[in-house]
Design a protein around this ligand. Structure first.
Ligand code: PEP
Ligand code: MN
Length: 339
């Protein structure tokens, strides 16, 4: 497939002209707008298209032939790192994000307390589930809108942008009302209608890798979102299913440099769901940063032993403070900035 990247200052008339010239030789041209920047994907008779001097058409920035199945998210299409704007902070392109907080919002006190202690230890984002994808229908399912209101209050007080999961297209407007970043969970990585829906809104997305998804499938899922116009996507390695039983999942550390090589999207690592064990959070976090990760998402709880969900993998305030300071050192060592 061939992609034509138009210049940022290309006029609508110039864009139409390129599309018309392609159509004239029988090629199919699909126009995608990312903000004000137009990209034209060209399908059809390569020979006919090859004869056109597309590079010199007014408004054309460059023409790229893409070999990989994902296009817009590929490094060959866009060499420059995508930088996510998360509130007043950034993730990607040398900016490191440390997102932390409870697995689920349980009470106002629990979440406000978590927000305060993670902020005090240097976190740049607050996580907390309002809609929880639980294996058992009898397990705590999340507080829904009440949880979103609590998260908004925690943001108000601490200034931390809020990351929370969207499980169902029907809750999109509700989540948009409160969240700074929409999380798409591992179990929904290939819920294509959900991906397309978040692709149509103007809000960063944290897309988690499916339990058994290949990196190509993960990047294809990200492509679904970006193709709809939302280029603010970061992907998250959160461990995959393997034969190993010592950990909840197996952190695929090589996913980090591989994705960074193949895609311009920021990569966030979730050592909590990857390991399921508090004692592994710090070593896996440091390894993730060394491997080139742009951020971490870590579960932390004011009293992990009482947590309604994922207590065994949630750091206490003391443990989080220690781990966060090692993380800060490692981030600096890698030449990146926290926030
Ligand atoms: C979570 O982040 O709370 C979560 C459910 O993660 P995952 O979708 O990766 O299992
Ligand atoms: Mn969890």
């Amino acid at each position: 497939m061939m992609m034509i990247a138009m210049r940022e200052d290309a006029t609508p008339a110039q864009i139409e002209e390129v599309v018309a010239r392609l159509a004239a030789v029988g090629a199919e041209a699909h126009l995608h707008m990312q903000g004000s920047v137009a990209t034209i994907a060209v399908e059809g008779d390569r020979e006919a298209v090859a004869g056109l001097p597309i590079e010199v058409y007014p408004g054309v920035d460059r023409v790229v032939t893409l070999l990989r199945p994902y296009k817009l998210v590929s490094r060959e299409f866009r060499a420059r790192d995508t930088v996510i704007r998360m509130g007043h902070l950034h993730i990607g392109g040398g900016h490191f994000g440390l997102i932390a907080g409870p697995c689920s919002v349980e009470t106002r006190e629990q979440t406000l307390s978590a927000a305060r202690f993670v902020k005090a230890s240097g976190a740049t984002g607050l996580r907390g589930g309002a809609f929880k994808p639980r294996t058992s229908p009898y397990a705590f399912q999340g507080l829904g809108e009440e949880a979103l209101q609590i998260l908004a209050e925690a943001r108000e007080e601490t200034g931390l942008p809020v990351v929370t999961e969207l499980m169902d297209v029907r809750h999109l407007d509700l989540v948009l009302k409160y969240a700074d970043v929409i999380q798409i969970g591992a179990r929904n990585m290939q819920n294509f209608h959900l991906l397309a829906a978040v692709g149509q809104v103007d809000r960063p997305v944290l897309l988690k890798r499916g339990l058994c998804a290949t990196l190509e499938e993960l990047l294809m899922a990200a492509e679904y979102i970006v193709r709809e116009g939302n280029s603010q996507v970061m992907v998250c390695e959160r461990g995959i299913r393997t034969f190993e039983t010592a950990t909840r999942n197996t952190l695929d550390i090589s996913a980090v440099p591989i994705i960074k090589h193949r895609s311009h999207l920021p990569v966030v690592v979730d050592p909590s769901h990857a390991s399921g064990k508090v004692e592994l959070i710090e070593p896996l976090s440091l390894a993730a940063i060394a491997a080139g990760a742009d951020g971490l998402i870590i579960e932390a709880h004011p009293a992990p032993e009482t947590a309604l969900c994922d207590g065994a993998q949630s750091l206490s305030p003391v443990a989080f403070a220690r781990t966060a300071s090692r993380i800060a050192e490692m981030v600096a060592w890698m030449g990146k900035t926290l926030g």
